[in-house]
Design a protein around this ligand. Sequence first.
Ligand code: ADP
Ligand code: MG
Length: 720
Amino acid sequence: MAHLRFDALKKLSERTPVHVDMPGPNVSKFYGELVFGSEQMRGTLAPAVFKKVSQAIKNHEKIDEATADAVASAAKSWAMAKGASHFTHWFQPMTGGTAEKHDSFFDALSGIEKFKGSELVQQEPDASSFPSGGIRSTFEARGYTAWDPTSPMFLYGTTLCIPTVFVSYTGETLDAKAPLLKALKAVDLAAVKVCQLFDKDIQHVVASLGAEQEYFVVDKALFDARPDLVMAGRSVFGHAPARGQQMEDHYFGSIPPRVYEFMKDFEIEAWKLGIPVRTRHNEVAPSQFEVAPLFEEVNVANDHNQLMMDVMMRVGEKHNLKIIFHEKPFAGLNGSGKHNNWSLITDTGVNLYAPTSSARDNLMFLTFFITTIKAVHEHADLLRASIATPGNDFRLGANEAPPAIMSVFIGSQMTAVLDELEKKGNVKIEKGDNMYMKLGIDQIPEIILDATDRNRTSPFAFTGNKFEFRAVGGSDNCGTAMTALNTIVADQLEKFFEAVSKEIEKGEEKRLAIVNVLRKYIKESKDVRFEGDGYSEEWVKEAAKRKLGNVKNMVHALDAYTTKKSADLFEKHGVMSHKENEARVEIKLESYIKRVQIEARVIGDLAMNHIVPTAINYQTKLIENANGLKGLGVDNKTVVQTIKEISGHIDTIKNNVRAMIEERKRINKVTDTHKRAIGYCDDIKEKYFEVIRDAVDKLELLVDNEDWPLVKYRELLFLR
Ligand code: ADP
Ligand code: MG
């Protein structure tokens, strides 16, 4: 029975690195060669048409038919010259991942290659098999994809891919991208209003994202020999290896040769696709790595992240490597996150989260900085919900991952600045005073640049010129978290603007009005700030005292979406209607149920068909052994003891697997999706997964290594 494992290990021992050559010495020579972006459009479109497209993109406007025809024609010629035969609308359904349906350029009817503007702008994929949370069945049976001109088309293989949103026929959004685009528009509008209090030249504000992607790499043969990795994307069993990450020798250590070649290979592919990958290194856990791109506008950065994950998985195959993005593929080791570095940048080139040497700009920086903290304080539950995935449940709140408690870390220097500003609440500012100096906000740049302290345990940390939302899961679509974050910040900025305007109306000087509102925000949002160890037990207690949420499970966390406060927030900013919002939660709950169901089955099947028979066979050998010893008059007590221990674990497994199956039958009859999801969370996952796992992992230590059917952690994680 252990054949599969040993065959896999043999394959592994014969592997050598697949050598990869750079296409040339300069990345700039091939960077973006597969992208039909702004540059290519400028080169191929008539100047007037190009201007129209650019304007429409900048102002979030519709592109007319004639312009679309011109773009389609240019894109087709460009793509065909590079060997393309097909085009596809590329979109991000709520299932996670990306979807595409390819159509050929060749039109048999006319006998020539064609690509019309209408085909670029809109397509009707067979949407019936994508989740819609009840929207489609109730309202309309079809959906369509619509071109997102703000993200460039690209050539993937021989297919021209067109980034699109996915919408139901009645107009409800059914994907991760559409609400994101709306949230980005909302934050643009709100931020511009606030910016204009300081600088009338600012016309647009763009949110930017740099998503650091963590992942595990496992040999393909070993991966395939683990049905749990194949079916559930994570290992449901496996005893921690004698050597885990306690040596801390993997982090920034040298990259294993096979992985190094893989990295070079996917980076080349990524660069060709215009994905600005930049940093690569080992992560904390054995066989864990990270890739970080240069930040880009959020929507494009997210498309690039989605595409990059796909590229990585495909290129991995060439190297006989499986790339795992799951948030917690291996118990007891660090999980994988996708730190979302985020900031707002004006069209005049100012990063609104970067302190500068100009006092006026610093007040603008403080405005955005404090308003963001206030937004997180107001909507911490929604932020928590926005990063809820089945996989992230295993990672958050574990003692080496951001806690499920949302808090903001700002570092000691910024804490001092805010404290000062708050304390000086009664400082009288007279006409002609240097207000900035009096309030201690003229000196920020030096303070910040001197030393930025870091706190790796915070879910939302200020890192000198950006916030880092660290709680996002490794496999997740950043769009969901970015939609929530940009919406809450947009809302808070609007409220800020209103409050300041009111004070000005009452006759307050503008700068003072701004400072007054900021002071109020500092006080009101203090509880969400935390500078200590987010992994500690004390913080859990302290957070409870401060009445901060600590929701450990996705199903319960999602409730934050459907509160009136959140639903109204999304609707107010045109991000999602109540109906869309509810549908999304429904989709997430359904997918949660399916995931836990699959895991429960994998656990049951592996335990009963692989582990229990192996343990019984081994036990039989031991019984023969014990009888033999007894016949010889030799003491067989330890052998008998082992036999008993094995029996105990087998009983635990069998009893719990049976009980879990019965419980599933009961829960499956529950018609309400929310209740069924809670059942799967509280009565299946929480109640049985760990108990069964514990017994299996104990057996792993008792049963002869030669007989054990599952590839062990030490084999999965330490082989190069
Ligand atoms: P660190 O995590 O140590 O701060 P970096 O400074 O390299 O590492 O940044 C990590 C990520 O943050 C990168 O993807 C980088 O492009 C991104 N980043 C840097 N500045 C910004 C910004 N202003 N807005 C959004 N992302 C940013
Ligand atoms: Mg980082």
